[in-house]
Each structure stands twice: as C-alpha cells, then as structure tokens.
Design a protein around this ligand. Structure first.
Ligand SMILES: C[S@@+](CC[C@H](N)C(=O)[O-])C[C@H]1O[C@@H](n2cnc3c(N)ncnc32)[C@H](O)[C@@H]1O
Length: 223
C-alpha cells in the first residue's frame, strides 16, 4: 500500500473510537453543514445512489441515508468501519481505498468526500478526481468538504495514541481548478469562517460530472 495510504489507515485505526465520540453529534450543532448536505441530497434526488468515500464513523453517511439517499460508505480503516456499522446498521459499508473504487464506471449519482481528501498529496488529487468522475453517471454530483489554507496542520499523538499525520489545507480555487480539469462543472462554493477551536475556514464545493462531450483534458488528448 502506498505510504500515505498506510499512514492514514494506521492513524484512523488508532483513533476511531475517540474520533467517533468527539464528532458523533457535531452535525446537530452545525446548521450550515446540514444545509449543504440537504442541498446536495436535493441535487442528487431521492433514492439516488451515492458513495460516501472516506466515510469514517459514518456520521455523514447516516445523515444522507436519513435524507433518502441510497448511500454506501467506504473507508481505509477497519476500526472506523466497525464504528460506522455499529451506528448505522442499515447502511452498507466497504473497506477499501477511494483510489480503487468498487463501483462500476458511470454507476453513481453522487460522490461525497467529506473531509477525506485531506490526507491525499496534491500530486495525487488529479488521479483521485478522475476516479470520482469515472464512477459518476453524467450529471452526477460531487460534494467535497475540506479545511481552507496553505499550510498543513500536524497532529501528533491525538488522545494519547502513538500516531501522527498531516491534515492538508487547501484553497477552494485550487481544488476547483483541478475538478474542472478532471471533467467537472462547478455548481457552488460555500466557505464558512472558523468556529470554536478551529484554526481555519472550511469549504464545501459542489460539482457536477460534465457530459461526455465536455469531459476532461485526458479525454480530449486521447482522441
Ligand atoms: C477526517 S476523517 C473524516 C471521516 C468522515 N468523513 C467524517 O466526516 O467524520 C478522514 C477519513 O477518510 C479516510 N480516508 C482518507 N483517505 C482515504 C482513502 N484514500 N481511501 C479511503 N478512505 C480514506 C480515513 O480513513 C478517515 O476515516
């Protein structure tokens, strides 16, 4: 397994229970996040087939399931998935990497990437977004959430566990440019200020998979 993937998996395997405890009820206190997720659910449409990639303990997966989407979660970390399955018994969860999706090309109406692209090095993002595009049907929707900034934040020994990782902050313009190059059309950009103990604003981008004829650079150059 690539280094950054095994670091990510080891990190979340160690902290899964503490992370889940800390964030389990966070959405209840976050009307803006609920509004973004609600808008996304409407854009996808009731019963739409969605993958929550990097679902962690399944808080966003469970929320969108309750909003009427046909959603499944996928994560690298078995410990995160154990929590997700325990807390959302009616939702299917799969172990795997979002670089190697277990979904047929064009089979999804939506991809959710809720704070889970934040450990992917910038050089790997085009490959990640191209994979999301391929899994989506034309007109399918992507929702990407991440912390805004230029510098990574290093986390060492969270909750006393002997693990460490970098949380990579990004500029919305940078992500939008990559998404457009990967065959997406931008629909909305929401940025909210840092709240509580947070250090940075948070961004929520919604994009639509372009029709085949408008597809990305790699498609054009392959002709
Ligand atoms: C900050 S947590 C967010 C979890 C969840 N989306 C939430 O908001 O609670 C990041 C999650 O993404 C997962 N992740 C990161 N990179 C991944 C990859 N390449 N494939 C699958 N899961 C990944 C991690 O294992 C972790 O559970």
């Amino acid at each position: 397994m690539t280094d950054f993937l095994s670091t990510t998996r080891t990190f979340y395997d160690a902290i899964a229970e503490d992370y889940s405890e800390r964030f389990r009820n966070e959405l209840a206190d976050r009307p803006l996040e609920r509004a973004v997720l609600g808008l996304y659910a409407e854009l996808v449409g009731a019963g739409g087939k969605v993958a929550d990639l990097g679902c962690g303990p399944g808080r966003s997966t469970g929320h969108l399931s309750r909003l009427g989407l046909d959603i499944a979660g996928l994560d690298l970390s078995e410990s995160m998935l154990a929590v997700a399955r325990r807390e959302n018994p009616a939702v299917p969860f799969h172990q795997g990497s979002m670089f190697d999706l277990p979904f047929a090309d064009g089979s999804l109406d939506g991809v959710l990437c809720w704070y889970s692209s934040i450990h992917t090095p910038a050089a790997e993002l085009p490959r990640l977004f191209t994979g999301f595009r391929d899994a989506l049907a034309p007109g399918g929707h992507l929702l990407l959430a991440f912390q805004v900034g230029d510098e990574p934040r290093h986390y060492d020994q969270p909750w006393g566990h002997p693990v460490a990782i970098d949380f990579l902050r990004r500029r919305p313009e940078f992500m939008e440019d990559l998404l457009k190059r990967s065959g997406f059309t931008m629909l909305s950009r929401t940025v909210r200020e840092a709240t509580g103990e947070e250090k940075t604003p948070h961004a929520f981008l919604i994009a639509e998979r372009a029709e085949a004829s408008e597809d990305a650079e790699d498609t054009e150059s392959a002709e």
